[in-house]
Design a protein around this ligand. Structure first.
Ligand SMILES: Cc1cc2nc3c(=O)[nH]c(=O)nc-3n(C[C@H](O)[C@H](O)[C@H](O)COP(=O)(O)OP(=O)(O)OC[C@H]3O[C@@H](n4cnc5c(N)ncnc54)[C@H](O)[C@@H]3O)c2cc1C
Length: 450
């Protein structure tokens, strides 16, 4: 019997385990993951080739979870989840500091910490009906992110037993402990921590159902990705290196996400859907000469299945089973006419997509939001947004359903905790990591302390 079993070897679990190991070396800890160790997580998509991973793409599954990404750690309560609301904003910022210290120790010192805060810009934006969201950032980039998480693995494996490529078939509470049945045998633990992120969504829903735990409301963000001239937003980007803007429209709230000056647009494959995604200029040798970002609108649905049904309907409809993404000139979108040839466009698309008309293919709300947001943005930058700006449909961000947990992230079953994105509370690297540290601390103090 182990003291603690953690299901999922992603960001939240790693920070959870690291905190436990740092504070108490005597605990027996096992981490079970369905994916591979970090160094074996190769997918053709990494090199622009087709994905051949099968059902579970190695880009998302395996040690470090979605930490094997651009590794942009935003230290803020303004976005990235509701951890601040659950455990207190000050506490959350303190935990994020601890996250950053750990990253720093394992190699993140190679990139600087910077702030996007700019009071002058915030004031100007407010005068034009926009809100500026600011944060401290440590942007690792994929290579440093991989090195940092590998360094953490090398340390953890001295104290933690890792079991990879394991399918967990059932989780059952039994006499104040847990029995975990897998294709690699049966494991038992006194406490069970689940950190299966978004990739474990379906699996978790099934387990929660079997355990009699209710899953509830689910958030889904849909939005259009825009690609504009690199210097289009200079009036604001000269003030800050990057910016995140929010517009409160009639019955919706739209927020810019993943702004990439001189970056490219790439294909993102998730939940069987193909979407336009942004890639930072540091990830590619070539400079696109463009700037891109998505304007996301969050919506809440009664269940996870309902949210997925809507995503399938909207994005699956665009994809037409062959990965189709639509691209439209902003000027055409304004006049509700399809775009055709783009070879004469002054802004060259950095991703091949099919020219068409978004009107009629996506809900009107997202088109209205783009028009209203860009109207405000024009006011802020003091010049029109170029009609050759490109609009790609359609990007999505998926969230886990809310599951009832206490302030300590414990479910209605004593000893069973949810950390990171699968708790429905966090949606970002920093908040997922912070939730892991928080729960480890609570368990050490409350449960295993004297
Ligand atoms: C493409 C992409 C890029 C992103 N980039 C950023 C970014 O730059 N900055 C940012 O703040 N946020 C980013 N995010 C969000 C961020 O990565 C997540 O919020 C964060 O990784 C969540 O951590 P987690 O521990 O909850 O889950 P994850 O890191 O996803 O880890 C989940 C783990 O659970 C394992 N698992 C899943 N199901 C099972 C199962 N049934 N049994 C066993 N193991 C299982 C997986 O293999 C994985 O190791 C990105 C998300 C995506 C999709």
């Amino acid at each position: 019997m182990e003291d603690i079993i953690i299901i999922g070897a992603g960001v939240s679990s790693i920070f959870f385990a690291h905190k436990l190991v740092k504070e108490n070396n005597d605990l027996s800890i096992r981490i079970i993951d369905k994916g591979k160790p970090l160094m074996d997580r190769y997918c053709g998509l990494d090199e622009g080739l087709p994905c051949t991973c099968g059902e579970d793409c190695r880009k998302y599954i395996g040690y470090a979870g979605l930490g094997k990404s651009e590794g942009k750690f935003n230290y803020t309560n303004d976005f990235g989840g509701e951890l601040g609301r659950k455990i207190g904003e000050e506490k959350t910022l303190k935990l994020m500091k601890e996250v950053d210290n750990t990253l720093y120790t394992f190699g993140a010192h190679k990139v600087g910490l910077y702030s996007t805060k700019n009071n002058l810009l915030a004031e100007k934006a407010e005068n034009h009906g926009l809100e500026v969201l600011s944060t401290e950032v440590r942007h690792l980039g994929t290579q440093i992110a991989v090195d940092v998480f590998q360094g953490l693995y090398d340390k953890l494996k001295k104290h933690v037993c890792f079991t990879f490529e394991t399918n967990i078939t059932s989780v059952k509470p039994k006499a104040q402990s847990f029995v975990i049945e897998t294709n690699m045998g049966t494991f038992r633990s006194k406490k069970l921590i689940v950190g299966t992120g978004k990739s474990g969504g379906k699996w978790l829903e099934k387990q929660m159902h079997n355990l009699g735990l209710q899953t509830g409301e689910t958030r889904l963000d849909l939005g259009l990705r825009m690609e504009m001239k690199e210097d289009q937003l200079d009036p604001i980007l000269q003030e800050t290196f990057e910016t995140k803007l929010r517009y409160h429209g009639q019955g919706y709230e739209a927020t810019t996400y993943c702004m990439n000056p001189r970056g490219r647009i790439i294909r993102k494959h998730q939940n069987g859907l193909v979407m336009p995604d942004g890639q930072n200029k540091n990830e590619e040798e070539t400079d696109s000469g463009n700037l891109n970002f998505t304007l996301f609108i969050p919506r809440y649905f009664a269940s996870y299945n309902k949210a997925m049904e809507i995503a399938q309907y909207v994005i699956g409809g665009i994809n037409q089973s062959n990965g189709r993404i639509i691209i439209q000139r902003l000027g055409d979108l304004y006049y509700n006419r399809p775009s055709s040839e783009l070879s004469a466009n002054t802004i060259m698309p950095s991703l091949y997509a099919e020219p068409g008309n978004l009107v009629g293919e996506i809900p009107d709300l997202y088109i209205r939001a783009v028009k209203e947001f860009l109207g405000k943005l024009q006011g802020l930058i003091g010049k029109p947004i170029h009609p050759d700006t490109l609009v790609y449909g359609m990007d999505a961000k998926f969230y886990e359903p809310q599951i009832n947990t206490t302030k300590d992230f414990e479910t209605e079953i004593r000893g069973l905790f949810l950390i990171g994105d699968c708790s429905g509370v966090t949606h970002s690297l920093s908040q997922a990591a912070a939730s892991g540290i928080y729960v480890a601390d609570r368990i050490l103090k409350r449960e295993l302390g004297p």
